[in-house]
Design a protein around this ligand. Structure first.
Ligand SMILES: Cc1cc2nc3c(=O)[nH]c(=O)nc-3n(C[C@H](O)[C@H](O)[C@H](O)COP(=O)(O)OP(=O)(O)OC[C@H]3O[C@@H](n4cnc5c(N)ncnc54)[C@H](O)[C@@H]3O)c2cc1C
Length: 426
């Protein structure tokens, strides 16, 4: 097993790091100033995007890109270390057209769009001309179990009519957001539970679509938004149905795997930055006659953080590799993706929490990125499904394997013969 990144990946990492250091980071203060003045996206964003595109640092996330599509055709395993670098600066992904939720949406459209849908939505998304959002969760039902979703779609002539309420729709407040992919109920109770929902492509400016509010995530308002949206008798042509009617769940499965790897690697990037900040701070902060770095408990926090980050990264890279193996590793990949979602969200709150403590009061202020990182780690325990749902997937996978191998552990028992003969032991 070779643990080195390939030379190609190492080169790309270096190019990406240099690009961010030279062209993106110098704008960080200006980005925050601009957002504080409600100018979003900041005026320099389009220039940065054009530069990244011309440098071949564009659409790095989509393995299946065709020859005539802009981007780099990297595998999940090749892209993951690049997502880690972008994650250090939360707004950086947009520069490279690698932001969530567009990445997952592009992947979905890449797999299922009709030629017309491709031209209208996917092509502009791949070019970075528009943004998109994915509307699934609803305030009125427990959305951890998406079979609950109630937003309703019905046929009327050659139109589809949509009614319902969604919330926490990430990206919907971005001024360039033109497309909502809406998961909605289209079938009746007699259908199997997982065949009742469909995905509908809804242009943001369709009459009846109302963005009610951008919901703060623990006091942080993100400019691209986590929005509550009402759909009142929204009419779109039948051609706006994505994939087959009733195939919403099957398509959602296809969307979430790589997207979760991206989230997890960005998280690892943020944890690495938090650890660097923590180390630097401990080397210069002096109290009770010594530096913070001299205290045993602080050294332990640093060491624990290093161990935990490295463990998590290996797990995420394995998940990325398994996704690249396709059908052959499908079940294993699914369990891995569920596992990394839990591991990295917990990692982020733990590592960042230690860093905040090291920084004292400043750690809770907006003067460092730590408070935002912690909030995001906390949000990760819910977004794309809460930890409990993913833990259940991991447990089910483990139990299925145990069921297949039932009895294989019998030889490890050292019970007397007569007890081993009992059927319940076998
Ligand atoms: C920052 C952020 C961004 C988001 N972006 C989007 C987006 O772009 N699009 C979108 O559609 N949604 C988005 N969401 C919503 C997110 O996907 C949902 O919040 C999540 O799926 C949980 O659904 P819920 O909030 O309805 O919680 P509920 O379903 O009401 O669950 C409540 C709690 O029940 C427990 N629980 C659930 N299932 C189990 C189980 N199997 N076993 C044990 N306990 C369980 C968990 O503790 C869970 O937190 C976002 C959320 C956040 C915080």
């Amino acid at each position: 097993m070779d643990f080195e990144y390939s030379s190609q990946v190492q080169q790309r990492r270096q190019r990406l790091e240099e690009f961010i250091d030279r062209f993106v980071l110098p704008y960080n203060a200006a980005w925050h100033r601009s957002v504080a003045q409600s100018v979003f996206p900041p005026p320099f964003m389009e220039d940065l995007k054009a530069l990244a595109k011309s440098e071949g640092l564009w659409n790095l996330f989509l393995p299946g890109l065709r020859d005539d599509e802009p981007g780099e055709r990297l595998s999940n395993l090749e892209y993951a270390p690049l997502a880690e670098i972008m994650g250090r600066l939360p707004w950086a992904s947009e520069v490279f057209n690698c932001s969530a939720p567009d990445t997952g949406n592009m992947e979905l459209l890449h797999l299922f769009a009709t030629p017309e849908q491709y031209q209208r939505w996917l092509r502009p998304l791949l070019e970075g001309q528009i943004r998109s959002a994915f509307a699934m969760s609803e305030p009125d039902v427990a959305s951890s179990d998406p079979t609950n979703l109630q937003t309703r779609m019905r046929h009327e002539g050659d139109e589809l009519v949509l009614s319902g309420r969604k919330w926490f729709v990430t990206g919907a407040a971005h001024p360039s957001c033109r497309l909502l992919i809406v998961m909605c109920r289209s079938g009746d109770d007699e259908l199997a539970k997982h065949a009742r929902h469909s995905m509908l492509l809804v242009p943001m400016d369709t009459p009846g679509v109302k963005l009610e509010r951008n919901i703060a995530i623990m006091q942080h308002h993100t400019p691209e938004g986590h929005c509550e949206i009402v759909f009142r008798e929204v009419r779109v042509p039948v051609g706006n149905l994505l994939g087959q009617e009733g195939a919403g769940f099957a398509m959602a499965q296809a969307r979430l795997g790589p997207g979760r790897v991206h989230h997890c690697m960005r998280t690892i990037g943020q944890c690495e930055l938090a650890l660097s900040l923590m180390c630097e701070r401990t080397l210069e902060r002096h109290l009770f006659g010594k530096y913070l770095s001299d205290f045993a408990n602080v050294q332990e926090w640093i060491a624990e953080s290093r161990l935990e980050i490295d463990q998590a990264r290996l797990l995420v890279l394995r998940a990325a590799w398994r996704l690249d193996q396709g059908q052959a590793q499908r079940e294993q990949a699914r369990a891995d993706v569920a596992a990394i979602k839990v591991v990295t969200a917990r990692l982020q709150t733990r590592v960042v929490n230690r860093a905040m403590q090291v920084f004292g009061a400043m750690g809770l202020s907006p003067d460092t990125p730590l408070a935002y990182f912690w909030t995001w780690g906390r949000a990760l325990q819910l977004l794309d499904g809460p930890d409990e749902v993913h833990l259940r997937s991991v447990a089910r996978h483990e139990l299925a394997q145990a069921r297949d191998k039932r009895g294989a552990t019998a030889a490890y028992f050292t019970l007397p013969e007569q007890l081993l003969a009992e059927p319940h032991i076998r």
